[in-house]
Design a protein. Structure first.
Length: 307
């Protein structure tokens, strides 16, 4: 049974919380307005900060189908929108030739009918659904090429797809569109103008502890506070790739599996591969640097025991 759309920003915060997503109010506001005004929401931010998760949570909490288009270099309409079932079309032609029972004009019309059309995520998002308009996730748009961005303009502005041999397919109700980008390249202004925009930043320490409490409840409060403090220190350093929230969760869950009640230098050195993904970063932090950061974190937590 589909859930009604949130009626306020507070309802949006609650809706995300129901899906175990701890959202800051500015993000909930952007999402509420996008839902209310039926506009796509374009989310930019570093990898691992929870952009993709928003679409998944919306699908689960609203009871809507999730259609995910994972972007990559060279993505084209055949993989993203539609293609024709050429094997079935060829078989139909051969059967028609063998029987001689159909004229060419009728055959040509039939070959580009609905039964030969293979629907990809963008076209599927234009179809009616008894549970309401689906959630369409266009993930990591920055990995695609600029011509594909141009193809999206009609979809994002008019919520329709034009197929030359078939016609125009228009959504009876606009899908809930979430686009994400890790900002490895700039997205064209023409596409951004069709969307509401929000930058998803790394969470502050308080919100990251709240995320750990929801997503990694097995971590003791002291361990969770130390993990968050350590990660926050790493993000302030000039690393090749700072850890995202996803890595914080991975690390906390790994430490729980190792039955750790608090951090110690040896455990940090042994588990840095769950937190950092580049050897240069690991080599820089391992050893004395990890001990120094941990000491600083523990001193700060001791000075504010209510944390």
């Amino acid at each position: 049974m589909p859930h009604p759309l949130p009626a306020s920003v507070d309802d949006t915060v609650a809706l995300l919380a129901a899906g175990d997503y701890v959202a800051e109010r500015s993000l909930a506001t952007a999402l509420y307005l996008a839902l209310k005004l039926k506009r796509p929401l374009f989310l930019e931010g570093e990898a691992g900060v929870g952009k993709t998760e928003i679409a998944k949570v919306l699908s689960a909490t609203l009871g809507r189908r999730l259609l995910r288009l994972q972007c990559y270099e060279g993505l084209d309409a055949a993989a993203a929108v539609y293609e024709w079932n050429y094997a079935r079309q060829m078989m139909e032609i051969r059967l028609a030739e063998a029987s001689g029972a159909r004229d060419r004009d009728a055959l040509a019309t039939d070959l580009f009918s609905d039964r030969f059309l293979i629907r990809r995520p963008l076209l599927q998002a234009m179809e009616p659904d008894v549970n309401g308009a689906p959630v369409l996730l266009i993930d990591e748009l920055d990995r695609t090429d600029e011509p594909f961005e141009a193809y999206l303009l009609e979809i994002l502005s008019d919520f329709q797809v034009t197929i030359p041999e078939y016609g125009t397919v228009k959504a009876p109700e606009p899908p809930i569109v979430i686009l994400t980008s890790n900002r490895t390249r700039e997205i064209h202004d023409a596409l951004k103008r069709r969307c509401f925009y929000h930058w998803v930043d790394y969470p502050n320490a308080e919100r990251e502890r709240a995320i750990l409490a929801v997503k990694a409840p097995g971590a003791e409060a002291r361990l969770a506070a130390q993990v968050v403090g350590f990660v926050q220190k790493l993000r302030a350093m000039d690393l090749y790739k700072a850890p995202g929230v996803a890595e914080t969760l991975d690390w906390a869950q790994a430490l729980v599996e190792l039955n750790q009640l608090e951090l110690d230098p040896r455990t940090i050195n042994d588990t840095l591969g769950t937190l950092l993904k580049y050897q240069d970063d690991i080599a820089r932090i391992q050893g004395s640097e990890a001990s120094r950061i941990l000491t600083q974190v523990k001193l700060e937590l001791a000075a504010t025991p209510n944390r």
